[in-house]
Ligand binder design. Structure first.
Ligand code: GDP
Ligand code: MG
Length: 762
């Protein structure tokens, strides 16, 4: 280290205060300012005149030049070497940039194989000696060609300090595909958006700040042929290198199914982490799932790999069976979805460029004005067709149930407990749930179409602006939509949301999204009390109301409990795909089967229990109002009376805590039990219509039916949902919060509707 005077020191270098000349008085004055030998300082100005300004412990201090002459400092000279690799698609301009950086004249051209030889150069930038390697062009990190093998091995094995991905910015979607893979290597990365002259001609504008915020990577615009942007690129390289420890890891989300498999693979890899060290765990897991042969071979040589290879074969097969496609195709799709979504947020184009079909569809579908009406239209159409198409099959099942009940009834002793239990309890209760199989299956079928076609992901985009208004992000909308199917997987799907506050908000509002199990209740009541031509609208209004309540709650939660900004992240725009019938049926069957299974287990038990409670004690002799269940129902009746509900409805609502499907089953049991002998000839609908209070008034009016549906829509989440809320939020507190506030909201809403409606004369 050499000693110099502060006045002579170069700016922006780190200096150590060594001694102060000029006698005690000056020394005292300077030490009082904190200039004590051994302190580190750094000079700021570079002009040779006027006061000298420097930084001491973060504070700016100015002293006269004469004084600065008396201060002797040591210049810390640290030689810093950085190796950077230029990576990019063929013809993106790597060699041009390489020449600009290193100054070495070399041939610029695109003859095949011209850069298979490793080309090296170096330059000096500040204290840094930067070694630059020009790698052969590659499209992905999967090594197919010799060029790709060379480039990939260099990146993975020689581990440069930083990667500069040279991107042809006039062809971003394709070029960024490589970038998404480089991101996963968790190495410092800078993107050189080359060919920016061409991009500019096309009227393309990139919002670099938004890009940095979303993806955590800096962009530099360059023109390789004109040596533009080179110094900015160097500056950014050094900055990124210096801040490398602070780089935030952004990972692409590959969707629940693939993420689950990646987790399994990472777990089995993690057990041998010491041996696998050179590669990031997640990256290696992705490669194995993609079936990368080199990486499989690598794992084989390094560790006792049977378990890992077995897991990767299992995972690959699992993904294949779900998607009826190779994992690598699905993963590539998701990467393009990520890029598409990201570009949608950061890019603006002023001039028309030629559009692909999916861009053209997106123009309309993700349009700021047309998007929402289209979305609402799709939703309306979906519910309408679910209703219309499932009508006939439901009648068939109902018919089958009546025939079965009559047949079984004849085999059993007339009027016995066992006959009642089997015919009314089991066939009546479970049957009334099974009737809704067609509608449930249709719902899941339609949801799968939305998901598999890629439209679901677009919805997140359409609603993003709106979701920001309620303090959430477009991505929170997908779990909400999935909630229309079942809240359990929907709440699990919130795992993709990184911010804890966003996630908890999304979890807590999810039960307001009316799940498939509530549909039978709506269908039953709408069918009984509303005319056919408005039934679709009534149903739609319920879903819409649930959604509005969710929005209000989200807003309140964000305002009072989970305060703060919502975190930015990329929403995917996957390519449109025509869903395969096989995938649709698989999804429909998997989810629908759960419903049937529930009918055979939980609901069966529930119905037996409810029927028994309604038939006991035996000395009540069929007088339902004297049974145990009536006691329970009547106990809570005062609370629900203001909502227009009687004790039978109360009982059904209590049973619905276990699973919402049981509400219908319970009504089936209760009304079946009351009618006595000729129940098989009357459907539950008629029984509801004919039911009267002791004073002769009808129990159900369309208004009371609507209030009941709203109550069912909002009240207490079912047991499985409560359990998953506890698990995903990690706290009993949130679960109880969810249970109690939902029930309170349900009561208030039903009260307002019922009493308000009566005042208005309904
Ligand atoms: P490499 O294959 O990635 O090494 O790309 P090269 O550096 O060989 O460049 C490929 C072609 O693109 C050459 O004809 C270059 O002159 C041209 N090129 C490179 N950078 C730019 C740029 O920023 N703008 C334009 N218009 N052309 C460029
Ligand atoms: Mg080249």
């Amino acid at each position: 280290m050499k000693k110099i005077r502060l006045s002579d020191a170069r700016p922006h270098t780190e200096l150590i205060l060594s001694e102060i000349e000029g006698g005690e008085a000056i020394e005292k004055k300077l030490t009082d300012m904190g200039l004590i030998p051994g302190e580190g300082i750094s000079k700021l100005d570079s002009s040779g005149k006027g006061p000298v300004i420097f930084l001491l412990k973060g504070a700016k201090i100015a002293i006269g030049r004469g004084m600065a002459d008396k201060i002797i400092v040591e210049e810390k000279i640290i030689k810093k070497n950085i190796t950077i690799a230029l990576v990019g698609n063929p013809n993106s301009g790597k060699t041009s940039i390489f020449n600009n950086l290193t100054g070495t004249r070399q041939h610029v051209g695109n003859y095949p194989g011209v850069t298979v030889e490793k080309k090296e150069g170096s330059l000096q930038y500040g204290d840094y000696t930067i070694r630059v390697i020009d790698l052969p062009g590659i499209y992905s990190l999967t090594a197919y060609s010799l060029d790709e093998v060379v480039a990939r091995n260099f990146i993975l094995d020689a581990k440069p300090d930083l990667i500069v991905d040279v991107v042809d910015s006039s062809n971003l979607e394709r070029n960024l595909y490589l970038a998404t893979q480089l991101m996963e290597l968790e190495m410092p990365l800078v993107l050189a958006f080359n060919m920016s002259d061409i991009a500019k001609l096309a009227g393309q504008h990139i919002d670099e700040d938004a890009f940095l915020r979303l993806v955590g990577i800096k962009i530099v615009h360059t023109v390789g042929t004109k040596n533009k942007g080179t110094s900015q690129l160097l500056k950014t390289i050094v900055e990124t290198y210096q801040q490398k420890d602070r780089i935030e890891k952004i990972s692409i989300n590959y969707g629940r199914e693939i993420e689950d498999e990646l987790l399994k693979l990472s777990r089995s890899l993690a057990k041998k982490e010491a041996l696998i060290k050179p590669y990031p765990l997640r990256w290696l897991a992705i490669k194995l799932l993609e079936g990368d042969k080199d990486m499989a071979d690598f794992v084989k040589t390094k560790v006792q790999a049977e378990e890992i290879l077995k897991q990767s074969a299992l995972s690959r097969n699992h993904i294949k069976s779900i998607f009826a496609d190779d994992p690598e195709t699905i993963i590539a799709d998701r990467r393009y979805g990520f890029i598409n979504g990201m570009l949608h947020e950061v890019i603006t184009r002023t001039a028309e460029s030629h559009l692909k079909a999916s861009d053209m569809i997106d123009r309309v579908v993700v349009n700021r004005i047309a998007g929402i009406p289209i979305f609402l239209g799709v939703m309306w159409l979906m519910f309408k067709s679910i209703f219309v198409l499932s009508e006939k099959p439901m009648e068939w099942i109902e018919h089958g149930q009546i025939i079965t009940a009559a047949f079984v009834s004849g085999l059993l002793p007339q009027g016995s407990f066992i006959q009642g239990l089997i015919v009314d309890g089991i066939i009546g209760g479970v049957g009334s749930v099974l009737v809704f199989i067609p509608i449930i299956f249709m719902l899941f079928f339609c949801m799968s179409i939305l998901e598999d076609s890629g439209y679901m992901a677009r919805i997140a985009f359409i609603v993003d602006k709106f979701m920001h208004k309620i303090g959430l992000h477009g991505r929170s909308f997908i779990p909400m939509l999935l909630g229309f199917g079942c809240n359990v997987p929907a709440i699990m799907a919130t795992r993709v949301i990184e911010s804890k506050k966003d996630r908890l908000t999304t979890i807590l509002i999810n039960p307001f999204m009316s799940c498939g199990a509530k549909l039978p209740i709506y269908t039953l009541l709408i069918g009984a009390f509303f005319s056919k031509n408005i039934s679709g609208n009534v149903l739609f209004s319920l879903y819409f109301l649930g959604f509005v309540m969710a929005i209000i709650m989200a807003k309140l939660l964000r305002k009072f409990i989970f305060t703060g900004e919502s975190a930015p992240f990329v929403m995917e725009l996957p390519p449109y795909r025509i869903p395969t019938l096989r995938a649709l049926f698989t999804h429909m069957w998997e989810r629908g089967w759960l419903y049937i299974k529930k009918a055979g287990t939980v609901i069966l038990l529930g119905c037996i229990l409810i029927w028994s409670l309604s038939a006991l004690p035996l000395h009540a002799q069929g007088d339902l109002s004297k049974s145990y269940i009536a006691k329970i129902g009547k106990f809570i009746e005062p609370v629900i009376k203001p909502l227009g509900f009687d004790w039978k409805i109360g009982t059904a609502l209590i049973s619905g805590i276990v699973a919402k499907e049981i509400v219908v089953g319970t009504l089936g049991v209760l009304y079946g039990a009351e009618e006595g002998g000729d129940k098989s000839s009357l459907s539950l609908r008629n029984a509801l219509r004919e039911d009267r209070h002791p004073d002769g008034r009808r129990v159900f009016t369309p208004l009371a039916a609507y209030a009941l549906m709203v109550f069912v829509l909002l009240y207490i989440p079912c047991l499985s949902t409560a359990a998953v809320i506890r698990k995903e939020s990690g706290s009993w507190g949130w679960m109880f919060f969810s249970i109690s506030y939902a029930t309170l909201m349900a009561w208030i809403a039903a009260f307002v509707i019922y009493q308000g409606g009566r005042l208005l004369g309904f």
